[in-house]
Design a protein around this ligand. Sequence first.
Ligand SMILES: Cc1ncc(COP(=O)(O)O)c(C=O)c1O
Length: 405
Amino acid sequence: MNTVFNHILPVDDAGYYGKFGGAYIPEILYRSVDRLKEAFYRYATDDEFNREYRDLLRDYVGRPSPLYRADRLSSHYDTNIYLKREDLNHTGAHKINNAIGSVLLAKRMGKTRIIAETGAGQHGVATATVCALMNLDCTVYMGATDIERQQPNVQRMKMLGAKVEPVHSGNKTLKDATNEAIRDWCCHPDSFYVIGSTVGPHPYPEMVAYFQSVISEEIKKQLLQHIGKEDPDYVIACIGGGSNAAGAFYHFIDNPAVKLIAAEAAGKGVDTDMTAATMYAGSEGIIHGSKTMVMQTPDGQIIEPYSVSAGLDYPGVGPLHAFLATSGRSEVIPVTDDEALAAAFRLTRTEGIIPALESAHALGVLDKKQFDKDDIVVINLSGRGDKDMHTYMSLMTGNQYNLEN
Ligand SMILES: Cc1ncc(COP(=O)(O)O)c(C=O)c1O
């Protein structure tokens, strides 16, 4: 039985969040995007589709992911910190939530070939995993810089049977991989493009947020069990394109009592030319099919971003987050490479959890903002750090974080 799709996000029919969003696409993709929109709104309200999606989240991904009270971290910061453990999902990050929903949709639409882009490799691994499960052809575009720094994930994608296409344009990172994936899609409009974040033309930002919204749905239920109420004082998540943050914020957006904090990658600092802090260093522009905040020169050329974290090394941000931040609903806090790395080592040594470099940016907020003793602070731990061991180990050798103690 189909009902009307319930827009929880502040989005209009044309896909605008305030002045951000829309669908800025070449004519060749009009039909594909229209069909996607139609299919998404139809299947998102289809009981059978949702049953299959939810069953896979439970039995294949291992959801619900735990909401863990981090006692030692809480006493270090003298507040109450809960970690939403997306790192414990099958394949190691939140990306699998969207990959399952999107690939199921592709199957319903009769697609046989999947295209994806990836930065940190988590979305590529998640998509390759679901394609193996559902027996679909899978091509993943990945920048050469990211291929080098996220080797374990490249090997996993290959073992799963995906074709990994290296991209050598620009600074060979996520933006460049996305350009190539869109180019492939223009040449093969019948392929299904699984975008890994809340970016791209409408309906992608809303669709990806919807498939990630299970995160905040679970947080509410789990907090009720932990503390007897559904709503925390703060939800903190890192933002690259913004999918884990969108999922963690989704069911709290309409409750202003829940403060939303997005941690963006400052790289070497927001005032340097080595940053990926889009909300600080960017201005209104168009990137990858939507109007949003973009790091660009005054004449509209994209500025190459930089972050130690491949998943946050992107010069744009999803239109939902551009809207939430400019309207004052969310607070954006830039976290540098060094601050994120220090936070990663702190979590590892206090809680025995090695976070993904991306998630470490969310943890970095703890050193930059004062929380009250009674505050309930939920941090979305978007992924695990296995893929980043190479980067972490190179720092341990330098003993920058005093690890002999
Ligand atoms: C573990 C992890 N967290 C966060 C991100 C950033 O993406 P998003 O902002 O879409 O959540 C990535 C991207 O690859 C990731 O792998």
